[in-house]
Design a protein around this ligand. Structure first.
Ligand code: SF4
Length: 91
C-alpha cells in the first residue's frame, strides 16, 4: 500500500510506516541493552515513565512521542533520557 493511500500511517520524512509491532520493539530493546556504554534505568523508573507516556496526549500510535518522534518503550529505558514536552517534562 502506498504512503499516500494511508496518510497518517507513514513518516512524512522517510515514508516508512510508523506502526511498530511489539516483537520489533522487543528486538530493538534487546539490541540497545547489548550496547555496553548504554546505561538502562530501573524497572520501577521505566514503569513510571511509560505510565506518564501512556496517559499523555502526545503519545501516538501506542508507541511514539509526537515531540521527539522516539519509540518510547525504548527511550524510556535509557537512564539519561527525558521527556521533551514543551509544556514541561513529565519525567
Ligand atoms: S511528551 Fe513526554 S510524557 Fe508525553 S509522550 Fe512524549 S515523552 Fe512521553
Amino acid at each position: 500500500m502506498s504512503p499516500s493511500s494511508q496518510s497518517g500511517s507513514f513518516c512524512k520524512g522517510c515514508t516508512t510506516t510508523v506502526h511498530v509491532s511489539e516483537e520489533e520493539i522487543r528486538q530493538l530493546i534487546g539490541s540497545v541493552a547489548r550496547i555496553r556504554s548504554v546505561k538502562l534505568t530501573t524497572e520501577e523508573e521505566y514503569d513510571r515513565r511509560m505510565q506518564a507516556c501512556r496517559s499523555c496526549e502526545a503519545f501516538q500510535f501506542g508507541t511514539t512521542c509526537r515531540w521527539c518522534g522516539c519509540l518510547m518503550e525504548i527511550k524510556a529505558k535509557l537512564q539519561t533520557s527525558s521527556c521533551p514536552s514543551p509544556a514541561g517534562s513529565r519525567w
